[in-house]
Design a protein around this ligand. Structure first.
Ligand SMILES: Cc1cc2nc3c(=O)[nH]c(=O)nc-3n(C[C@H](O)[C@H](O)[C@H](O)COP(=O)(O)OP(=O)(O)OC[C@H]3O[C@@H](n4cnc5c(N)ncnc54)[C@H](O)[C@@H]3O)c2cc1C
Length: 453
């Protein structure tokens, strides 16, 4: 017997897209172009909810690489005018000038306040095999609804699952008791979050470029003591190559942090392995215990945890996934995106073949598909969904023919950043535009390599 006990015509169901970020909405555009029915389920109250959280950050890839081809065609057919292709938008501009108008084209096929809590196949737990492929997917939402789908494109990102403070990748003891005093990377220190920080001793944990950017912003606040804690024995990786750095903007970022450390504006603590966090009369005490058992501690009023992000595969727990044991991407994708071998500019084009799990019809795409690798770019995500949607539509020739038209140096132009800085008179740390904020660097683990570098 291979017949599933179903009363539903599998292929008459919509494709469910989880997440209305840049890649989820690009998937919607490709599905719309191919005439495949779909529904987009977005947990936020608006599309681009995660991008909006870093809306004050200006990215390093210009508009030309941030707009999906199918989305562009649909938008232009509707009378939309694309922004200046050389402009480096902020997250807020990506939402307002691109994602919001795009989502309007899809009407009620975009559902906001619709958080997916679990995915399975109707009538099938993970173990049951016979007839599995013809069983529709069932997506359970936190509001109690269940939605059936013929395929699932999971573009739910990683921004909602930041890494923990604990140095071993486990929560520091007590971390959950002081969550109201911890922010994750890139809070709007000079904008809406200013009141949280000004005049308060702030501890920044992490050695990536998002930590560096945050330190520079904090340093502009008056009467705000700053402590910066890193696992390494020195901060040379964050300081970068200075004027000799391959990317001048990145080098300048490190140099500025170095200067602030040397002048004493930032107190650097090295060899810091966060182990325990205790509530304290002055805020919070963070205790480090290194592998030899030596302890040191910092008392601060607030913590910014710039330790990167990780994928949350728990919603797909009842599906059959084949995950790389290190990165949490598919195993086929892992060698192509390994940060030890690639920066975002050198990740080869990839599509449905690399994104296929043992569970037919389920695809994790976008930044989630990269797991813990920091090499993701919107442009690669757009090519992923073009290929995946072609496969869902049965157009295997288009699905297998993957290509990316990126310059060899990657899509992140520090020259554009410099030019734009001159054009609009922004400097790193000015509210409303953290020009030069290292994009994917914001997502890398503290000891990770760099994207766009
Ligand atoms: C600060 C920063 C700067 C960056 N700069 C660049 C850049 O210059 N160039 C570049 O190419 N890339 C950049 N990136 C990397 C990447 O392109 C972005 O993170 C991009 O937003 C990823 O798109 P996505 O659609 O995969 O995920 P996201 O934008 O994270 O979207 C995921 C969506 O899913 C929703 N969601 C989450 N869980 C659920 C659920 N359970 N149910 C329903 N909905 C859910 C979220 O609310 C969110 O709207 C940057 C990233 C960061 C953090």
């Amino acid at each position: 017997m291979s017949q599933a006990p179903l009363d539903t015509d599998h292929n008459s169901l919509p494709v469910a897209v989880i997440g209305a970020g840049p890649v989820g909405l690009a998937a919607a555009a490709h599905l719309a172009e191919r005439g495949v029915d779909f529904v987009v389920l977005e947990s936020g109250s608006k599309v681009g909810a995660s991008v909006a959280k870093w809306g004050h950050v200006r990215v390093f890839s210009p508009w030309r690489y941030n707009i999906d081809s199918a989305a562009r065609r649909l938008l232009e057919a509707d009378g939309w005018t694309a922004p200046d292709s050389d402009w480096l938008p902020t997250g807020a501009e990506i939402v307002d000038d691109y994602l919001a108008p795009l989502s309007k084209l899809f009407g009620d096929r975009i559902q906001v306040d619709a958080e997916v809590s679990a995915i399975s196949r109707l009538g099938y737990d993970k173990v049951r095999t016979s007839g599995r492929e013809s069983a529709p997917f069932v997506l359970r939402l936190t509001d109690g609804r269940e939605i059936r789908a013929r395929a699932v494109i999971d573009a739910s990102g990683t921004y909602t699952s930041p890494n923990v403070l604990g140095a071993s990748g486990l929560r520091a003891f007590g971390e959950e008791t002081v969550t109201e005093l911890i922010d994750h990377a890139l809070p709007d220190v000079l904008g809406v979050d200013r009141d949280h920080y000004e005049g308060r001793h702030t501890l920044v944990v992490g050695a990536g470029h998002s930590a560096a950017t945050t330190l520079l912003a904090l340093a502009q606040l008056k009467d705000t003591p700053i402590t910066w804690a890193i696992r390494a024995g020195n901060a040379s990786r964050t300081y970068g190559g200075g004027e000799a750095d391959a990317l001048p903007a990145r080098g300048a970022l490190g140099t500025r942090v170095h200067t602030l450390v040397t002048s004493g504006r930032i107190q650097l603590v090295t060899g810091f392995f966060t182990h325990r966090v205790n509530a304290h009369t002055d805020g919070v005490e963070v205790i480090s215990r290194d592998p030899l058992g030596n302890e040191q501690s910092v008392v601060a009023e607030r913590i910014i945890s710039a330790t990167g992000y990780r994928p949350d595969h728990s919603i797909a727990e009842e599906l059959r996934l084949d995950l790389d044991p290190i990165l949490g991407s598919t195993r086929a994708l892992a060698p192509l995106i390994d940060p030890n071998a690639h920066s975002c500019g050198t990740v080869p084009a990839h599509g449905v073949d690399e994104l296929t799990h043992p569970e037919p019809g389920y695809y994790a795409v976008g930044v989630k598909s990269y797991g813990r690798a920091p090499t993701f770019l919107m442009a690669t995500g757009y090519e992923q969904v073009r290929s995946v949607v072609a496969a869902i539509a049965g157009d295997w020739e288009a699905a297998h023919s993957v290509q990316l038209d990126l310059p060899e140096t990657g899509v992140c132009s520090s020259n554009l950043a410099d030019t734009q800085e001159q054009r609009v008179g922004l400097t790193t740390g000015v509210s409303g535009g953290l020009l030069g904020t290292p994009l994917v660097l914001a997502t890398i683990p503290s000891d990770g390599g760099g994207c766009c570098g």
